[in-house]
Design a protein around this ligand. Structure first.
Ligand SMILES: NC(=O)c1ccc[n+]([C@@H]2O[C@H](COP(=O)([O-])OP(=O)(O)OC[C@H]3O[C@@H](n4cnc5c(N)ncnc54)[C@H](O)[C@@H]3O)[C@@H](O)[C@H]2O)c1
Ligand SMILES: O=C(O)CC[C@@H](O)C(=O)O
Length: 629
């Protein structure tokens, strides 16, 4: 590190904001035309940053408009301390440990800058900036014009005077930072875009860095996190809730969102450099998609069902899949109850008639649900919660599940599907979307149902043979039906819904919205985003659908080596041999396997051979190995 120097800009680089703009907001708070003046100051700042007016002109104009005094400067310092850029904050240890290599060179004002950067160990005599001049009452009345930083190319002359020999890297968001490199006073200029992106500046830069982590990563320097988060690209399809998006953005990941889903070919193209994919029920993540995904480490299904993902193949490729197993359960249950009532009272067909002007007041074939037999197929999270609510409304609940399930309340277990179908007044499906559930309700099963049955499917489209259902609807056997899920569903809201169930006035059709409530989507968005963040940042697989679930302790003063491999004998021994070869002191080790893969986490002392990760990757059967800190 001896011959590497960092020339760091302050405004919008070391801190997230422009100190002068913030000072203006504070100083002009009681000014009658404050908004107008602040806007003027901001536009002058930008003109200066983009090189459209000279720096001295920009500075002078702004100071005159400011009307600030010493009290305001105190207030802006307090504010700036809360606005330090995340990646500088994260790497405070690096800044402290290498203080002699770090300079802050800014056209801003030292009074505002020094108290902020000092807290990060920056040396006072390494801070170069302008200084205000004051009148006898402590009001700012100008700036020290003898300071080179008040002049055009001031940064250039300051850095030249430092006479640094070695690698000098200028890091900033403005043209004046580039000028240091242009004049040959710095060897490289990095356009810093964590806070603001100026295309004109990026165009001049040797490279864009979206965070200070990225610079440290590029140059293999000591850093707070192993991999810059902004390099982790996330693609979120199908309208994920804004809270989920924000959680991921706040972590520093690069997030792209799309409202609809993508077809296989489009997704194959789009997914190439994506590390995390977020979907709901419509996006099919096939083998072909997984093969096209060169960097994918995790998929978040922002829903319950995961049948749209080739889970076995994802597991073999070491892609960790999460879903939200409970967040929309209640929403589905409420919709089922509502639909049973609407169908039993023929509200749906009567509503259609009313809109055509037909007054059909009659009680024919209209029933209370009290005392009726509800047959639940699939007694999982939704089925069992429905059981409790339906019973509280006076229904007699029967259920059938392929695995042994404890009954809740007075619900009665049926030993076969046939038994349930022949007992129930209302049949509702809540099975999962496994492939073998295709057409579990077809002609034969409809035949077993009672006359005037109410039939509901809010589970998955492929579990019902739609042609058989159409026949039985035409026969008049079904009193009413509600269907929310279909074997083929439109990819987005622009595509027409085409299905033979259209046109029956006793059938409620809904566009797969059983779980689409504000409450559920918010919960799902946050739940899945948190699971994925935890996995990426710590390796924790708790509640993953496909990888062995390991809940990990927080990583403190250690590096975490993560090794995912095919589940074959002897891998743990080989991992430990590699660790021994590199004299790595193991602080904790965690292992779990499922039938396809094994997951080994080794927390080790930070002193270890550099090639340990490469050697771990060479172990036969390795799917993925990474280091985290
Ligand atoms: N319409 C929507 O918007 C919406 C919202 C949420 C969930 N869902 C779907 O609802 C279904 C149920 O969700 P959950 O959270 O209760 O799932 P779950 O996994 O908790 O429960 C499914 C239950 O079905 C049982 N099962 C599977 N196949 C069966 C079969 N052939 N016969 C009888 N039982 C069978 C399983 O053993 C399990 O107990 C899933 O398909 C899910 O994707 C739809
Ligand atoms: O929101 C979705 O797309 C799917 C909802 C539901 O089917 C689920 O599986 O949770």
């Amino acid at each position: 590190m001896n011959n590497k120097y960092f020339i760091i800009d302050f405004d919008s680089t070391f801190v997230q904001v422009e100190a002068m703009d913030e000072l203006a907001v504070i100083a002009l708070a009681n000014h009658p035309d404050s908004e107008k003046v602040i806007e003027e100051i901001r536009s002058i700042t930008n003109l200066g940053m983009e090189g459209k007016i000279s720096l001295s002109e920009s500075l002078n104009k702004r100071v005159q408009l400011l009307g600030a005094n010493k009290k305001h400067i105190e207030q802006v310092i307090t504010l700036l301390k809360t606005k330090v850029t995340q990646s500088f904050k994260r790497n405070s240890e690096f800044l402290k440990n290498h203080a002699s290599n770090i300079y802050i060179v800014s056209s801003g004002f030292k009074e505002c800058i020094l108290p902020v950067v000092k807290e990060f160990g920056i040396l006072e005599n390494h801070v170069y900036a302008n200084t205000f001049t004051y009148d006898e009452n402590g009001n700012v009345n100008g700036l020290d014009t003898t300071n080179p930083l008040s002049q055009d190319k001031g940064k250039v002359s300051v850095v030249k005077n430092l006479a640094l020999t070695g690698d000098v890297w200028a890091i900033g968001d403005g043209i004046t930072d580039y000028e240091i490199r242009e004049a040959g006073a710095a060897s490289l200029f990095y356009a810093f875009t964590e806070n603001i992106t100026r295309e004109a500046v990026i165009a001049k830069a040797d490279a864009e860095i979206k965070s200070f982590d990225e610079l440290l990563y590029i140059h293999e320097l000591p850093r707070a996190i192993s991999y810059p988060r902004n390099r982790i690209k996330i693609l979120l399809l199908e309208n994920v809730h804004p809270n989920g998006i924000k959680l991921l953005q706040d972590e520093g990941y690069t997030v792209e969102c799309m409202k609809g889903s993508l077809g296989e070919d489009e997704l194959c193209e789009k997914i190439k450099d994506v590390s995390i994919l977020g979907i709901r029920s419509k996006t099919m993540v096939t083998k072909k998609v997984l093969d096209a995904a060169e960097r994918l480490i995790s998929i978040g299904a922002f829903c319950i069902g995961t049948n749209q993902i080739d889970l076995d193949y994802a597991t073999k490729k070491g892609v960790c899949v999460f879903n939200a197993p409970y967040s929309n359960t209640r929403s589905v249950v409420e919709m089922v109850i509502g639909e049973i009532i609407m169908l039993m009272r023929k509200v749906v067909s009567k509503n259609t008639k009313m809109h055509k002007g037909v007054w059909d007041k009659s009680a024919d074939n209209c029933y209370e649900l009290r005392g009726k037999k509800l047959g639940i197929v699939g007694y999982g999270n939704i089925g069992s919660q429905l059981s409790v609510l339906a019973e509280s409304l006076g229904m007699q609940v029967y259920y059938y599940d392929v695995i042994e399930k404890l009954q809740l309340g007075n619900a009665k277990k049926c030993d076969t599907l046939d038994e349930l179908l022949s007992i129930a007044d209302v049949v509702t499906l809540h099975v999962d979307g496994r492939k073998s559930n295709a057409n579990i309700i077809g002609e034969y099963e409809f035949g077993l149902m009672k006359d005037k049955v109410i039939f509901i499917n809010l589970s998955r489209g492929h579990v019902v043979d739609i042609d058989a259902m159409v026949k039985v609807l035409q026969s008049g056997k079904i009193l009413g039906a509600a269907v929310d899920v279909f074997p083929y569903e439109p990819k987005n809201n622009q595509e027409e819904f085409i299905n033979p169930l259209r046109g029956f006035d006793n059938v409620i059709l809904s566009p797969h919205i059983g779980g689409s409530t504000e409450e559920a989507q918010l919960n799902i968005g946050e739940f899945v985003a948190r699971r994925m963040i935890n996995y990426v940042n710590t390796g924790d697989t708790t509640q993953s659908v496909n990888l062995p679930n390991i809940q990990l302790p927080e990583l403190k003063q250690a590096h975490r080596l993560i090794h995912l491999h095919s589940n074959v004998p002897g891998i743990l021994a080989q991992i430990n041999q590699v660790l021994a070869n590199h004299s790595a002191n193991v602080l904790g080790q965690y292992l779990k396997t499922n039938e396809l893969v094994g997951y080994v986490i080794s927390d080790i002392n930070v002193e270890y051979g550099k090639n340990v990760l490469n050697d771990l990757k060479k172990i036969p059967g390795t799917i993925r190995a990474r280091v985290l800190y």
